[in-house]
Design a protein around this ligand. Structure first.
Ligand code: ADP
Ligand code: MG
Length: 327
């Protein structure tokens, strides 16, 4: 490859909102066969707002919100900020919390003063509570999650006391960008730590046919490696309780035969979060959403200044144009 053509391409990229850190990425972009994308903050805006408060009988809205917010004050997750902001806006009393600990990809645990007694409180993904032996009412989660909302389940002393719903808007151009990538023959797959029903709703809204839900932080990189060796994610794989889904992968023979060969597939990854950094590092070509976490931007080959997945399609176009000058 001639360095001059790459330099010109890199300059064109910068003017079009793609900051290319690694020149090799510009050469490889046109060969991306599979693009893995994070959900929260990448397909969506990543600015969740509280949408639902659903306490069990005997619990009030204000009390559920207050207990949840008391614990969320100890978490840096965007969901936590949404819960705390809503509790304050509604004037809910925030009881004292102690021994608060955020559990990555899961939620928060700690002790909160309820009715003058210090009680053990757990909140977060339904699979987090289920894993700690908390029984969740059948079907309670699916209805809320079906709208694409993220669920925050709350338990006090091991007993489920209610559910919060958090809504995060899909970026206006995510569906169009996904369609544009698919038209180029790129298989777009979504990876998220969220609930399967939430993942399914966002996948449908953005035209993505393949996704994996309930992916723990750190496991996204392993999925990128599996995609490289041609595996296909079953739509909707990932299981809130971790049962029955296996590893959510099967040997792939994609419709176009791309997964059936022996040669590894070129895998791209687009993400915004701290949790995405290992997967960005594992991918052949990686893209960070410009407003994303510093570690994601540092780990990625190309930063998308416009915070849009159109930037991935633009990079593929630029890669083709640049390489055609070299050839
Ligand atoms: P993602 O951004 O892909 O959804 P995360 O790893 O940040 O992944 O979180 C995975 C899931 O864990 C979230 O969807 C949410 O259900 C739960 N979770 C994590 N932290 C919190 C928190 N502070 N409050 C509520 N839920 C949380
Ligand atoms: Mg994210």
């Amino acid at each position: 490859a001639t360095p001059t053509a790459i330099m010109v391409g890199t300059g064109q990229g910068a003017r079009a909102g793609m900051l290319v850190k690694n020149a090799e990425a510009l050469e490889l972009a046109e060969r991306i066969a599979v693009l893995a994308v994070d959900k929260t903050g990448t397909l969506t805006e990543g600015q969740p707002a509280l949408s639902d408060v659903d306490p069990v009988a005997g619990w009030t809205r204000a009390r559920l919100l207050g207990v949840a917010a008391a614990l969320e004050q100890g978490s840096a997750h965007p969901i936590a900020a949404a819960v705390v902001a809503a509790a304050k806006a509604e004037g809910a009393a925030l009881p004292a919390a102690e021994a608060v600990r955020a559990v990555g990809g899961m939620g928060v645990e700690g002790r909160v003063g309820v009715d003058g007694a210090s009680r053990a409180v757990l909140l977060g993904a339904p699979r987090f509570l289920a894993g700690r032996g908390v029984a969740l009412p059948d079907g309670a989660c699916e209805a809320l999650a079906a709208g694409g909302r993220t669920l925050v389940a709350v338990a006090v002393d091991g007993v489920f006391v209610g559910l919060l719903g958090v809504a995060d808007r899909v970026r206006v151009d995510s569906a169009a960008a996904v369609a544009r990538l698919q038209a180029k023959g790129v298989r777009v797959v979504m990876l998220t730590g969220d609930h399967p029903a939430t993942a399914a709703a966002i996948a449908h809204q953005t035209g993505i046919a393949e996704w994996r839900a309930g992916v723990l932080p750190g496991d996204k990189a392993a999925v990128v490696d599996a995609l490289r060796s041609g595996q296909v994610l079953d739509a909707g794989m990932g299981n809130e309780t971790g049962e029955g889904a296996g590893d959510g992968l099967r040997s792939g023979h994609a419709a176009d035969g791309a997964g059936s060969g022996r040669a590894p597939l070129r895998v791209g990854m687009a993400g915004d979060g701290i949790n995405d950094a290992p997967a960005l590092a594992a991918a052949d070509v990686s893209f960070a959403i410009g407003v994303g976490a510093d570690v994601a931007v540092e780990a990625a080959d190309i930063t998308l200044v416009r915070n849009s997945l159109h930037g991935v399609a633009d990079a593929i176009d630029l890669s083709r144009a640049t390489l055609s000058k070299i050839r």
